[in-house]
Write a protein that binds this ligand. Sequence first.
Ligand code: FES
Ligand code: FES
Length: 188
Amino acid sequence: MSGFGDPPPDLDRPGFGTPAAAGDDPPTAPAVPPAPVPESPAATARVSARVNGELRTAEVEPRTLLSDCLRHQLGLTGTKVGCEDGTCGSCTVQLDGEPVLACLTFAIQVDQAQITTIEGLPPGRLQESFHEHHALQCGFCTAGMLLTLDAYLREHPEPTDAQLKEALAGNLCRCTGYAPIIEAVRNR
Ligand code: FES
Ligand code: FES
């Protein structure tokens, strides 16, 4: 470390305000960044599935998420995307009758399957009861809640509150506090 007693720097050395002497190396040219390598187009695959009772086909990349395919390619925007990492349950759809997270499912995995989204869930007492008990506010979680509950209630028509809470543990709601949702299910 330099201090007060150190000799002064050599102000005559090149690069310290003095022009370079003849014969010195020319200044190096600034580095040119390498040209970007063009991405090769990703291979796509044709996926066919029965979505809400209708045969639908889409051309998808292997990485295409089911949630993106439903929303952007099939126009089924009732499927909501909250976290995209499997935490919130907003993207829940039914795959062959069972709830799955569409953000953790690749579209190519559902070839030849049956998919139900909120657009295809038949109107019924559950939805009416949600309405009557104010079991939704912003509604962002509601499609996922209904699709989870629809599948669960088929197997457990008279659940206890504890069972209901467990069934809905993967569906997060920022608005309702959950009590009206439980009420809606109990009084459907
Ligand atoms: Fe799929 Fe949150 S968007 S779990
Ligand atoms: Fe808003 Fe559930 S109603 S997140």
